[in-house]
Design a protein around this ligand. Structure first.
Ligand code: GLU
Length: 458
């Protein structure tokens, strides 16, 4: 079988982590089976869909490297096709025009409420003749009256729905626009989707969609409904819990590999393994190992993964990503060390690239001299620092070893422990108390800048 999955976001906002995880699972499943991953923009809600949101979703997917093989399809461009299928269902008597007025439906609902019944359409117009009148109408799907629909869900197992519980769904509104559940059905059918992987907030739509697919003579796809992502308080993840947008994670300094790795594990497992390359994800991913229960988003774990990838991925790749953050923080990278060298020096010290950029500013910009008034160098250290200044000025080789030796000799001359001189030197050249190893820091800053800063400090 040629596996075909789809990611079908409604473009009403940015790509959030829940959507990204769904997209990732669909992407992985398609890749694992050399299938096709389709992107479909479900933009029929004209009031809430925006072109900016479409772009934001594309940007999120691109940043994560979730490339699609087919699409993007837009539902708003398929209205003719939906109309055609509605006509077909009407002609076959599988759908009907419903002329019930708003008032009638309201009275019906009130009665059902009073009788403690579930609100549902009573099928009043089901057997009207096909003749079209001038009155406004909606089109309803003729749902089977009896029997049950079994959703053989790959995550939740068999879920049984009674047809008597499903009423005759509106598939076209009075302005003739198609409704959500119907467009999904036509699309999944036309696009020959074999596996629908989506959030389990859609599980209740599935029996309705299956009934419509069967009415159209289509074979329903395999369904897998993925549990929600929760916040730390056990409630559905939302803005209240902090960042939910994928691009916000980029802005905060996460790298795509870390977010992907985090998302794949959030709701899926492969033994105890925590770290997955993209290739491993593809090889090991299996719908059967998706967890049944909802998972809570844990930012510390994401940070841990991010740090892991910062430390272990090719420094050239990290440098490329860091560049974006340096620009975002308006640090001019032309004014200091090569970014790859910087990454090698800083990669053990930052959980995020944003933090790495912040901690690297002193390599590229002058430091605030007030720091030397606030934290003056102890008088007894000054002679050693002056000696060191002299030795550094005389160095012919600007290497970690040579710098280290100059530091060592200067400290020894004044019977100081290395740290007693290294820390004031750090303050002098970085304006702070934390930095990569001092010899490496001094090397990366360059001779001229280092001598200047020592001079200013003294
Ligand atoms: N457009 C729906 C959503 O964003 C997804 C529908 C589906 O996957 O079937 O929630």
């Amino acid at each position: 079988m040629n596996i075909r999955t789809r990611f079908a976001p409604s473009p009403t906002g940015y790509l959030h982590v829940g959507g990204a995880r769904t997209a990732l699972y669909c992407w992985l499943y398609a890749h694992k089976h050399q299938g096709t991953f389709i992107l479909r923009v479900e933009d029929t809600d004209l009031e809430r869909s925006t072109p900016e949101a479409v772009q934001a979703i594309f940007a999120g997917m691109e940043w994560l490297g979730l490339n699609y093989d087919e699409g993007p399809y837009y539902q708003t461009k398929r209205f003719d096709r939906y109309k055609e299928v509605i006509q077909q269902l009407l002609q076959q008597g599988k759908a009907y025009r419903c002329y019930c007025s708003k008032e009638r439906l309201e009275t019906l609902r009130a009665q059902q409420f009073a009788n403690k019944e579930k609100p549902r359409y009573d099928g009043h117009c089901r057997n009207l003749s096909l003749a079209v009148t001038e009155q406004p109408f909606v089109v309803r799907f003729h749902n089977p009256l009896e029997g049950e629909v079994i959703v053989d869900d790959q995550v939740h197992g068999k879920v049984v729905f009674q047809n008597s519980e499903l009423d005759d769904l509106i598939i076209a509104r009075s302005d003739s626009t198609p409704t959500y559940n119907f467009t999904v059905v036509v699309d999944d059918w036309d696009m020959q989707v074999t596996h629908v992987i989506r959030g389990d907030d859609h599980l209740n739509n599935t029996p309705r969609q299956i009934n419509m697919l069967l009415a159209l003579g289509a074979k329903p796809p395999v369904y897998a409904h993925v549990p929600m992502i929760l916040g730390t308080d056990g409630k559905k993840l939302s803005k209240r819990h902090g960042a939910v947008s994928v691009m916000q994670y980029r802005d905060e300094g996460y790298i795509p590999a870390a977010l992907l790795n985090y998302l794949v594990r959030l709701g899926w497992s492969h033994g105890d393994q925590e770290i997955f390359s993209k290739e491993e994800m593809i090889n090991f991913f299996d719908i059967k190992n998706i967890n049944k229960s909802a998972a809570a988003f844990n930012v510390e774990k994401l940070q841990w993964l991010n740090q892991h990838y910062i430390k272990t991925l090719d420094p050239a790749y990290i440098a490329e990503q860091l560049k974006w953050h340096m620009q975002a923080q308006e640090i001019n990278i032309a004014n200091g060390p090569d970014l790859i060298e910087l990454v090698i020096a800083q990669r053990e010290r930052a959980k995020t690239l944003k933090e790495m950029a912040e901690k690297s500013r002193f390599f590229y910009e002058e430091i605030d001299k007030n720091i030397f008034i606030e934290q003056p160098i102890p008088v007894e250290i000054k002679p050693a620092l002056m000696k060191l200044q002299e030795k550094l000025a005389g160095l012919t080789e600007w290497t970690d070893t040579a710098i280290h030796q100059a530091l060592n000799e200067s400290a020894e001359m004044f019977s100081l422990k290395l740290g007693k001189l290294a820390q004031p030197l750090r303050l002098a050249v970085t304006g702070g108390t934390v930095s990569p190893p001092i010899d490496c820091t001094v090397r990366l800053l360059g001779k001229e800048r280092v001598l200047n800063r020592i001079k200013n400090c003294l």
